[in-house]
Design a protein around this ligand. Sequence first.
Ligand code: LMR
Length: 336
Amino acid sequence: MLATTRRLLILSAALLAGGSALAQAPIVIKFSHVVANDTPKGKAADFFAKRAAELTGGKVKVEVYANSTLYKDKEEMEALQLGAVQMLAPSLAKFGPLGAKEFEVFDLPFIFDNYAELHKVTQGPVGQMLLSKLEGRGVKGLAFWDNGFKSFSANKPLKNVDDFKGVKMRIQSSKVLEAQMRAIGVLPQQMAFSEVYQALQTGVVDGTENPHSNLFTQKMHEVQKHVSVSDHGYLGYAVISNKKFWDGLPADVRGKLEQAMKESTEYANKIAKEENEAALEKVKASGKSQVYAMSPAERLALKKAMTKVHAEMASRIGQDVINAVYKETGFDPSKL
Ligand code: LMR
């Protein structure tokens, strides 16, 4: 009798233990991205994973999958919407296929002169308005993370507008980038980030554009003879989650994750500029690519040739969205 009672007690203790172990199983967030760990986005994603674990006392485990190891560009968007991953930070140039064409405003050439102008948009009401547009698509917009200003690379020197004519260049999936390239006679070819190195190496395309952190960490400079520092456009990210997943989190956990996201955004936007400057120095030191800093006159000629795209793309992006950005940054289209 006593033995039976003891056995029952042990059994219920085991069940309870099992139950509490289940209750303690962490909430897993799969965070997929396409760049190297050693980039502004890669570092910020790792930082978020660390802070999420710390702030929730281990209730949340963020698993970061870098370098397209889980999904490539287009697939990752689909995976998020299906709930196969919970978080991403795609480039702002990759939201068109999701139906959020307004995000392509960030791709307009020469729309930001520097990070300070950019932050007026990404860290202010216009940025919030843009993130809220994702809600109807099953996506929760959480933050904007910086990368940086783009350079061109190719196997020939690119200095004057004429040098770009007939060059085949890889672009991200953005109609604005396509128009920007056509404006200077480039033949744009859209492809996933994970395919760029090989496409450059085998000559499927002749060149591309990217901030230096991406150029260097993907070793693109090893298969490109020339890099032209042009700062002609911006590349950065929106951090997003599956909306159903995010809204379904326990409120206290969600609050902690919001705090982790706030800290990660500050971190990302603090390191991005330094990371890109350091990457440029590493490209120079490698001696594999010749780095050329475009002169103010050459940049101005490029700007004049490219900025007609602002008007051309107004019906796609929305003139109201473009004007809202101009208002924040002081960009004056009449001065083009
Ligand atoms: C690219 O495709 O060139 C970039 O969007 C990659 C990235 O995520 O920075």
